[in-house]
Design a protein around this ligand. Structure first.
Ligand SMILES: [Zn+2]
Length: 142
């Protein structure tokens, strides 16, 4: 397991880093309910998005868009969910959750999924991570 990225100020860390974007780290969360689920973490420490510099906020939004596009294409999701909460972990991070039509409740928030989180099998996870990285590297950045 690769070492996780962690904030030097608060120690926040979630998921396995798979790509460094302009102002954030894209980290993979192995979750059989939502294959392709990731967390995008702002590299600088901020508790609220408005505390980050204007440049970082703008770049974070761009990173979020690029990452969401890559994840959506990688797993063929019908919709991406963007969750910025930070109640338990007060460091700006965005859960990027691809949603699929064959989930039990595809139209309700991801956190209401009836099953507990379990890990993807290793080979499936590896394929998705590879595809996300590939799409980030080759995709247009609109
Ligand atoms: Zn932090």
């Amino acid at each position: 397991m690769p070492s996780a990225w962690a904030c030097a100020v608060c120690g926040f860390s979630l998921g396995e880093p798979i790509a460094s974007l302009e102002t954030s780290e894209l980290c993979f969360v192995s979750d059989r309910r939502f294959p392709g689920r990731c967390v995008l973490t702002l590299r600088e420490h901020a508790t609220e998005l408005f505390e980050a510099s204007a440049a970082a906020r703008g770049a974070f939004t761009e990173d979020m868009s690029r990452a969401a596009r890559a994840i959506k294409l990688a797993v063929g999701a019908f919709k991406m969910n963007y969750e910025i909460l930070g109640n338990a972990d007060p460091h700006v991070h965005c859960h990027l959750i691809p949603r699929q039509h064959d989930e039990p409740n595809p139209r309700v928030p991801a956190w209401s999924h009836p099953q507990p989180q379990t890990e993807l099998d290793e080979q499936h996870a590896r394929r998705i991570k590879y595809r996300i990285r590939e799409l980030l590297a080759t995709g247009d950045n609109r």
